[in-house]
Design a binder for this molecule. Structure first.
Ligand code: PMP
Ligand code: GLN
Length: 412
């Protein structure tokens, strides 16, 4: 490996998807729905590729299919109460992954520091390192050890956060709603971060792929809407999460033209353009959502409503087996402390360094249920903070969640 890649070669997804294929457990690991996406987008994709317009199967505009960037501009102009220029302030990417990659590659010079909040979606760290940047970490810590813990109980220390900012700071990556904890950052927390970003003149990258997955009574706040923040914020979204089509791999970034320019340079020289029929289908999905905006039959509203009982059911059965779940305010993952069950697993049968890796692998092989080890979402120095936890995904059919409960209760 070339030097810049050394140490960046491990991926929890590659490893655990391999394990799932081999052992065929009930898979609550990688985050994806096991039920159909809405008919609107599935029919739109069929029509795009089988319909009368042959050009919908050909290359489209590099920075985003016109119909899709127009739909995204209409949506986010409304949500941000500002007029977004569809052609200059939006970039369509190959999943939110590419939006993150283009943002970090496009804005990092050697030695630039990026602040990331642990646990973090695991690709942030290697993306920063590969681009020559230096990640600086700050952990969310649960403030409660017993009773009902919610993701709101996971907080960062304000002094610690303030002390991370300095002249070398290029930016901070915020993920709200958060993967894996499910935290929906409060206005006050976002304002605190925004004030530091303004004080030190840094960027804010806001990973909002779960923006529509927020449970009542919590509210998603876009940091780009805070005073004087649009100018320094790049916000990232995902069609996979928005319309439950994770296999479609379309995402986007939006922000001011001068900041998006850097992303365009990476995009035009790597991916160049994303696939056309899927962009057309997602555009139609957004057009339909815009017509139903705020109404009960809008998918943006109904999906979170449908997930709420699944979340509560998972919290109940995890508690029943003796785990301590954190109830998420958003997203579709739940982290749970499993250490009360340590005497039921043979951790020494696994060779991994971290206990949560041992636990999740042992469970996949011997109990038939897969979760993700949260230490994958921490820096080397802080991996111990994730070791007592497991992450399960609950965007699954009720039958499969029931089966997960049965597997655990039988094992216990
Ligand atoms: N950010 C977060 C926080 C995620 O959980 C994911 C996984 N979907 C992504 C980015 C990447 O999204 P996509 O599948 O659209 O590339
Ligand atoms: N975002 C999803 C998760 O956290 C998928 C990640 C991936 O496949 N790389 O499970």
């Amino acid at each position: 490996l070339p030097e810049r890649l050394i140490g960046n070669d491990k991926s929890v997804w590659v490893e655990y998807i391999g394990l799932a294929l081999k052992y065929k457990p009930l898979n609550l690991g990688q985050g994806f729905p096991d039920f159909h996406a809405p008919n609107t987008v599935r029919n739109a994709l069929a029509n795009a590729t089988l319909g009368t317009n042959p050009l919908l199967n050909q290359y489209t505009r590099s920075f985003g299919h016109p119909r899709l960037v127009n739909a995204l501009a209409a949506l986010y102009s409304k949500l941000l109460s500002r007029n977004l220029d569809a052609n200059k302030e939006i970039l369509v990417t190959s999943g939110a992954y590419e939006a993150l990659y283009a943002t970090i590659q496009g804005h990092t010079s050697p030695g630039d520091e990026w602040i990331i909040i642990e646990p973090f979606f695991d690709c942030y760290e290697p993306m920063i390192r590969i681009s020559g940047g230096i990640p600086k970490f700050i952990a969310l810590r649960p403030t409660k050890a017993s009773g009902t813990v919610t993701s709101a109980d996971w907080i960062f220390d304000k002094n610690e956060m303030a002390n991370l900012f300095n002249e070398k700071t290029k930016g901070i990556i915020v993920n709200t709603p958060h993967n894996p904890v499910g935290k929906v950052f409060t206005f006050e927390e976002l304002q605190f971060i925004a004030d530091l970003a303004k004080k030190w003149d840094t960027l804010v990258v806001s990973d909002e792929v779960y923006e529509w997955l927020v449970y009542q009574p919590y509210k998603h706040i876009r940091i780009a809407t805070l005073p004087e923040m649009y100018e320094r914020t790049i916000t990232i979204g995902s069609a996979g999460k928005t319309f439950s089509v994770t296999g479609w791999k379309i995402g986007w970034a939006y922000g001011p033209e001068n900041l998006l320019k850097n992303l365009q340079v990476i995009h035009q020289n790597s991916v160049y353009t994303c696939n056309t029929p899927i962009q057309e289908a997602i555009a139609i999905g957004f057009e339909e959502e815009l017509k139903k905006f705020g109404q009960p039959d809008s998918y943006f509203t109904s999906l979170a409503e449908e997930l709420l009982p699944k979340r509560d059911y998972m919290a109940k059965f995890l508690s029943e087996v003796g785990m301590f779940p954190t109830i998420p305010e958003g997203g579709y993952f739940m982290v749970a402390n499993w250490t009360a069950l340590e005497n039921k697993v043979k951790l020494d049968e696994e060779t991994d360094t971290y206990k949560d890796y041992k636990f999740t692998k042992w469970m996949t092989k011997n109990v038939g249920l897969q979760g993700i080890p949260p230490s994958a979402f921490y820096s080397n120095e802080h991996k111990h903070l994730g070791e007592d936890f497991v992450r399960y995904c609950f965007i699954k059919n009720d039958e499969n969640l029931k089966e997960a409960a049965d597997i655990l209760l039988k094992w216990k």
